[in-house]
Design a binder for this molecule. Structure first.
Ligand code: PLP
Length: 391
């Protein structure tokens, strides 16, 4: 075929909300003006509302990792003991950041595809009463697994430790009761379920985390949360903000508010469920079957076929960009994203493309069987729902 439309179908960056993209064209403005202060304040207020928390919410100019680093440098001191839960590439990143800043890390590590349990966290806390923080991913994007942050939060709440949750792909894909479950710091990023290009990170910070920040001795300068909080109160950022992205965020957040955060989560979960049904119909094995996330589904490549070939074929045959495995999973799994601006037609196409790619590579598949499973899932979970918001 000769025309191939490019489709960005990865778990970050994700497909852009068109009105957010258009809004970004209005970025020939100055940030120290009332117009921009209005945008800045609306983004902070809408994020707080959508995250459903009474805690402070701050925005940083960085990809998600910047907010991960900020949570470490602003709340801890050299040598502080912390627990890092690691079950994939992003869990390893918590390990790397905390070690880079000289924290004393108790590592709870699980093989890729599995999760660290709340019971293991509770046990580690009991054995290490001096622990000051616990780090985890709500959704581990590299494996498609989801941690039980609710149960972890219940255990951590009773201790002096703060709970730092990388929810960069968890927000908008799974319920997160930040205040009810004791999630002291919750981190998100613009390029995941929030439908905007990369470059903005944000985080909520509880009173317990602010109290720890008062004693923190690690050096910091650009990511100074206390300074950021003071400036945010008057609609300002400490440094020049990413004005274009803030305009995009303001528009995307308006859309998500109209839709409802619960519907955004349900949307991702429905697509994830339909994807799992398609995989079963195609005889494909899931990589994280025990605690699958709503953000992304990781699928094992059929025996003898490198997942890189599947990813490459998506691009060369159909112009679709999907994600390979990361790190040691490269070549073994491919990942189908559901977070943010994805809909059922995206999934019909993705699964049809997958069937054709498998067939072209000699994998016996019955064409249409995966798509039929997605259609059946649509019939079961969505056909009665008509009140979707068009954009
Ligand atoms: C995308 C992502 C990040 C942040 O990565 P950046 O490249 O810094 O945006 C962190 N954690 C998880 C779970 C992610 O999916």
């Amino acid at each position: 075929m000769h025309i191939k439309k490019q489709r960005l179908l990865t778990p970050g960056p994700t497909p852009l909300y068109p009105k957010a993209l258009y809004a970004m064209l209005g970025s020939d403005l100055h940030h120290r003006t009332d117009d921009f202060r209005g945008v800045y304040k609306s983004v902070l207020a809408d994020l707080k509302e959508l995250m459903g928390t009474a805690n402070d919410v701050l925005v940083l100019v960085a990809s998600g990792t910047g907010a991960m680093e900020a949570s470490v440098t602003n709340c801890f001191s050299p040598g502080d003991k912390v627990i890092v839960c690691s079950a994939g590439k992003f869990g390893e990143r918590w390990g790397e950041i905390t070690k880079a800043y000289g924290l004393n890390v108790v590592l709870l590590e699980k093989p890729y595809g599995q999760t660290v349990s709340a019971a293991e966290v509770e046990k580690a806390l009991a054995a290490n009463p001096d622990v000051k923080g616990v780090f985890v991913q709500a959704s581990e994007t590299s494996t498609g697994a989801s941690h039980d942050v609710r149960a972890m939060g219940e255990a951590i709440k009773k201790t002096q430790a703060i709970f730092v949750v990388d929810a960069i792909t968890g927000l908008g894909t799974q319920p997160l009761d930040i205040d009810g479950w004791g999630l002291d710091i919750v981190i998100g990023g613009s390029q995941k379920a929030f439908m905007v290009p990369p470059g903005i990170a944000f985080l909520s910070i509880s009173a317990k985390a602010w109290a720890l920040a008062e004693t923190a001795k690690l050096p910091k300068f650009y990511f100074n949360l206390k300074k950021e909080k003071k400036n945010a109160a008057s609609g300002e950022s400490s440094w020049t903000p990413a004005t274009s992205l803030m305009l995009g965020m303001a528009e995307a957040l308006k859309y998500i508010k109209t839709l409802g955060m619960d519907k955004l989560i349900d949307n991702a979960q429905q697509l994830a469920r339909a994807t799992r049904a398609a995989c079963a119909a195609l005889g494909l094995e899931l990589f994280s079957p025990d605690s699958p996330s709503g953000s992304v589904t990781a699928v094992k490549a059929p025996a003898g076929l490198d997942s890189g070939v599947i990813v490459k074929d998506f691009k060369s045959r159909f112009g679709s960009i999907i994600a390979n495995g990361q790190g040691s999973m490269k070549g073994q799994i491919f990942r189908i994203a559901h977070l943010g601006y994805f809909d059922f037609p995206d999934l019909f196409a993705m699964v049809a493309e997958l069937e054709l790619i498998l067939k072209a590579n000699g994998v016996p598949v019955k064409l249409g069987s995966g798509v039929a499973a997605v259609e059946q899932a649509y019939v079961e979970i969505a056909i009665a729902q008509k009140e979707t918001v068009n954009a």
